[in-house]
Design a protein around this ligand. Structure first.
Ligand code: NDP
Ligand code: F7E
Length: 323
């Protein structure tokens, strides 16, 4: 059987590049992969996206392109986070359907769930309460992405699936000092503190929120696993209007404990102080990933191992590190 022609949207991003690695490692031929950089194809441009899909006509799409950032970026650029992500997902899902794509995987986020959802958060907690304010625009866009997939499935009989990643980290992450997520931000900050022999490192917020972290290659393997499930199996474990699947690691820790773990990984021995003037965001967002586990997938890379791998990648990238 010939390999499907696969388009990975966002292939140079942390998750997109991990999905490409995963597909190639599984034997998918390079010439059956379609990619476009942001400069080559702005996914917020509907006409350009439609023309691309008509030209390439992929069989499958991994939708890993998005405007992505941590709590500060989400809180600072809400218009960019809602508009860019709504446009990208709407353009890709619409153009995929118009060009005959039957299978697509949309990547959402754990922040789609209510701020105070019962923990661990099950898929059916969606739309049962108010969202965390610091990333509500982004979360609304992600919820819309799930509903776009479900609506095209119901009306047109396509098979567009959604996975909800927890907080991710690993090779190819964004290390921007302000706009990044917590793990890349702290890897960089502790590294620079060690280099400067600094007495202390300040982390944002109270340090008391809890977060779950999944290594990006685990996320990529979960994405390929869900894409490759036969339609009957996928349908048996989801509902037409509750079709998304959580992808978590399975446990969480406080941001302060995370900071200690990052300091140990980097080899920084100075002090750690909190900055309560910075936002904590949601107090906890541990996901219930039992739906995915019943579909035969679970995470493999521990936080300790993942932090080592991420730090090695940061060191290897040197000045070429993103952000
Ligand atoms: N990182 C995390 O902790 C989490 C991520 N996710 C989701 O996983 C997916 C991948 O995230 P991640 O890999 O971390 O993000 P990255 O920022 O690493 O990658 C996003 C990719 O999308 C591309 N992109 C952004 N805007 C456009 C545009 N207008 N046109 C074309 N390409 C564009 C970027 O290209 P360029 O950089 O050149 O602009 C980049 O290659 C996203 O859907 C994200 O919401 C969900 C939960 C957690
Ligand atoms: C991934 C998912 O979830 C994201 O939300 P978040 O989990 O709150 O994102 P975060 O990683 O930026 O923060 C996690 C915690 O960590 C604390 N914290 C300490 N010190 C730093 C620090 O230096 N940088 C950052 N970013 N956070 C810090 C920070 O105060 C917060 O309490 C969405 O943005 C959205 O992207 C989304 O989809």
């Amino acid at each position: 059987m010939s390999h499907p022609k696969i388009y990975v949207a966002g292939h140079r991003g942390m998750v997109g590049s991990a999905i490409v690695r995963q597909l190639l490692a599984a034997g998918h031929p390079q010439d059956r992969l379609v990619t476009r950089t942001h400069a080559e194809l702005d996914l917020t441009d509907q006409a350009a996206v439609r023309a691309f899909f008509q030209q390439e006509k992929p069989d499958q799409v991994y939708l890993a392109a998005a405007r992505v950032g941590g709590i500060h970026a989400n809180n600072t650029y809400p218009a960019d986070f809602i508009w860019d992500n709504l446009m990208m997902e709407a353009n890709i899902i619409d153009a995929a359907f118009r060009s005959g794509v039957h299978k697509l995987l949309f990547l959402g986020s754990s922040c789609i769930y209510p701020k105070m959802a019962p923990q661990p958060m099950r898929e059916d907690a969606l739309l049962t309460g108010t969202l965390e304010s610091t990333n509500e625009p982004y979360a609304i866009a992600k919820i819309a992405g799930i509903k776009l997939c479900e609506s095209f499935n119901r009306q047109h009989g396509v098979d567009y699936r959604s996975v909800m990643p927890t907080n991710l980290y690993g090779p190819g992450d964004n290390y921007h000092p302000e706009n990044s997520h917590v793990i890349p931000a702290l890897l960089r900050r502790f590294h620079e503190a060690k280099q400067a022999n600094a007495e202390k490192v300040v982390i944002w917020g109270s340090g008391t929120p809890r977060r779950e972290f999944l290594y990006v290659d685990d996320m990529a393997s979960a994405s390929v696993h869900v894409m490759n499930l036969d339609a009957g199996t996928y349908a048996k474990h989801t509902q037409p209007m509750l079709s998304h699947i959580n992808v978590g690691f399975g446990d969480d820790l406080t941001i302060l404990d995370l900071a200690e773990a990052v300091a140990k990984t980097v080899g920084y021995a100075g002090g750690i102080e909190t900055d309560p003037t910075k936002p904590d965001g949601t107090p906890r967002k541990l996901m219930d990933s039992s739906r995915l586990q019943s579909l035969g997938w679970s995470a493999k890379v521990s936080l300790a191992e993942g932090l080592q791998l991420a730090y090695q990648d940061f060191l290897k990238a040197g000045s070429a590190v993103r952000g």
